[in-house]
Write a protein that binds this ligand. Sequence first.
Ligand code: UDP
Ligand code: MG
Length: 323
Amino acid sequence: MNRTLLSLVVPFYNEQESIAHFFPRVTAILDGLDGVDFEIVCVNDGSRDGTYQALVAAARGDARIRVIDLTRNFGKEAALTAGLDEAKGDIVIPFDADLQDPPELIPQMVAKWREGFDVVVARRVDRRSDTFMKRKSALLFYRFHNKLADVKIPENVGDFRLMSREVIEALKHLPESRRFMKGLFAWVGFRTAMVDYVREARSAGETSFSAWKLWNFALEGLTSFSTAPLRIWFYLGSTIALLSFAFACEIIIKTLVKGVAVPGYASLLVSILFMGGVQLIGIGIIGEYVGRIYIESKRRPVYLIRSCFQLDRTEAPSQDGCV
Ligand code: UDP
Ligand code: MG
């Protein structure tokens, strides 16, 4: 029987405390899978603590662990992209280093894949471990995003999912350099199954996503997958123009009937300020998109690899990454 190779792709950013729990728990589960070999692709996303050393130490003890060291902190989406590019598996699973997603779910996901699904998405049925604000803002984001964008992102799913080789190849062919992975995962489609789970609290350390980072992440998602924010200005502008026209008519008629009256300082100021504000918001939104076009147009790579480590196989990265 052909054995399946499973790649677990894990981005690490300042996760030195998580590593001690991480490998024992994950390898125990993966070892228990029938007919499956595995590799763990660890991407060190420019950590400033001892994460890299700890990863290499783990890799020295197990040839199935690979360490990809990026040249600096490129952010989770880029680190994940690096890991997916490097993964060799027939099936690939992105996974968080903090064990918030239970690896115990992996056997179930593999079983679904064997039933013939290309993507098996893990859905959080219970987000009690997230703060109230995070739950509410996430809910709001998904609702808003899915109203505006053509590609719907399922609610309450993260990056934790199983993908077949075909899906990974499809993802690799998407050329954009600003990568909102959740959106890209949804965009490629394929036959998808769901499995449910309860999200746990972090095993150690702290989240690196502040409210500000999450807000920018949400903007990234919206502007990557919808142009609706650009289009509303036409309708808003038309409505205001129409109202102004009606107002102008009213003034003319009043002037004809009652003669010239000179009040109106307040209404003048309010309408000027209002219009100024509306225009600035419009320009700001156009700016968001122009900025993204600008960044995309540079065609810079999404990440840079400094070195790769795997037991007995340390090689300098070539143009195509590590081999
Ligand atoms: N991460 C990363 N680069 C970053 C920030 C985070 O590779 O710039 C990794 C982090 O090590 C973890 C995963 O992304 O494995 C999820 O991060 P975190 O747990 O902080 O996010 P949350 O679970 O709060 O959404
Ligand atoms: Mg986390």
